[in-house]
Design a binder for this molecule. Structure first.
Ligand code: ADP
Ligand code: MG
Length: 387
């Protein structure tokens, strides 16, 4: 666990100074997958899995950054910031420093310890939680203040333009702006958001298939984005006023079906229908109607599997098993896809049995031990303790 007092003590013994502690959560996306990059709607919740950052100032211009998770320390000269990544975990913190500099925010040297319990590469956005945990600590060091959505944007800028992963704004936004006990309905075009209550009687159960993806090595994630962009180029011939798939409805897309390769049509169909499902799911949550919320989750999973082609056998198995359990309202693959986690909305009173059955069923079907996390929605990033 990323237990604060332990991490503070670790920082103290490594760097000989008491640091200021910040936290930034990972997130789970309840519904709205691959819609953020089309400026559409998403519905993430911040988790109580998080990255802690402990920072103490130095008198020179060196940034020493230690990651407990990697058991490794890097040193960066803040006056000679690298301008390109080196395929290393330190690309994320370095990218944030680089991004801050683009906005004219610089600071003196510091020692920084990072420690997190967001599983890495599993679709719960450990990368955003690291970026945001670094950003809030360094902003404090710089004596600078930025609104939370601005912090999210500068972390996304780091991930897109320094690390080189073409992720949308959702991860960093949820990590910055999460609200305890609520999911966030976020409009990725305007960044308008609404906190929708997730009452105590339901729990988020996250099942890690233990099948890994890696966004920063590009691969299928960027391929899907390119396919969507191809669809947009074709659609623009017919709807020149559109900017992204956000501006197209299902009828308009269907009318252009024969103008594009089938797989391109299917990728676009996922995005267009997913936007609609998010809004329907939000309406269900406003009415405390968890059954219809769950129905949208199942539909979203099927679309990720059949249209976006971003599920895999293991996550399909987890969803099929979940659907058979008492008290499970809905289940779907969450995150970029190609493995990672499923998210399940489960009645709190059934959650214990749910976890037990899923673990046993998944092991029986695949021979894999799933990791399962129970979480309530948490607050976004900020200081943890003031010394
Ligand atoms: P996800 O965001 O879904 O967890 P990514 O591939 O986007 O997966 O990000 C995972 C990467 O983030 C790791 O490979 C590592 O480089 C970085 N990272 C995550 N957690 C930490 C940590 N505690 N310390 C340092 N780097 C981390
Ligand atoms: Mg990530």
């Amino acid at each position: 666990m990323a237990d604060a007092s332990r991490v503070i003590a670790m920082h103290q013994s490594r760097f000989g100074a008491q640091g200021v502690v910040f936290q930034a959560p990972g997130r789970v996306n309840l519904i709205g997958e691959h819609t953020d990059t089309s400026e559409g709607h998403v519905m993430p919740a911040a988790l109580d899995l998080r990255t802690l950052s402990v920072l103490s100032p130095r008198t020179d211009s060196t940034a020493n950054i230690y990651s407990e998770n990697f058991g490794e320390q890097v040193s960066i000269d803040l006056q000679k910031l690298p301008s390109s990544p080196r395929q290393h975990w330190s690309d994320y913190p370095t990218g944030v420093l680089w991004s801050l500099r683009q906005r004219g925010i610089t600071c003196g040297g510091f020692d920084l310890t990072l420690a997190g319990n967001v599983p890495s590469g599993s679709g719960l956005s450990s990368s955003a939680s690291v970026e945001v945990a670094v950003a809030v600590a360094v902003l404090d060091r710089a004596g600078a203040q930025l609104a939370k959505p601005e912090i999210a944007k500068l972390c996304q800028f780091a991930e897109n333009n320094f690390v080189g992963a073409q992720s949308g704004i959702m991860d960093q936004f949820a990590s910055c702006c999460g609200v305890e006990g609520h999911a966030l309905l976020l409009d990725c075009r305007t960044l308008d958001y609404e906190a929708l209550p997730l009452p105590e009687q339901v729990l988020l159960v996250i099942c890690n298939s233990m099948v890994k993806h890696s966004l920063s090595d590009g691969g299928e994630y960027n391929e899907r984005r390119a396919e969507v962009e191809e669809g947009v180029r074709i659609l623009k011939r017919y709807y020149p006023e559109m900017q992204t798939l956000r501006d197209v409805n299902e009828e308009q897309l269907q009318a252009s079906k024969n103008e594009m390769p089938e797989h391109v049509f299917l990728r676009c169909l996922h995005v267009v229908t997913e936007n609609r499902r998010v809004l329907q799911a939000a309406e269900a949550l406003r009415e405390h109607d968890f059954s219809s919320f769950g129905k949208r989750m199942y539909e979203a999973h099927n679309s990720m599997r059949d249209n976006y082609a971003a599920s895999c056998a293991e996550t399909d198995t987890l969803v099929e098993l979940a659907a058979k359990q008492p008290g499970c309202y809905g289940a779907r693959i969450t995150g970029a896809g190609f493995g990672g986690c499923t998210v399940n909305l489960v009645a709190a009173e059934h959650s214990e049995k749910f976890v037990e059955n899923l673990r046993a069923g998944y092991f029986q079907a695949t021979g894999i031990h799933a990791e399962i996390y129970l979480s309530r929605a948490s607050d976004g990033a900020g200081p943890l303790l003031r010394n």
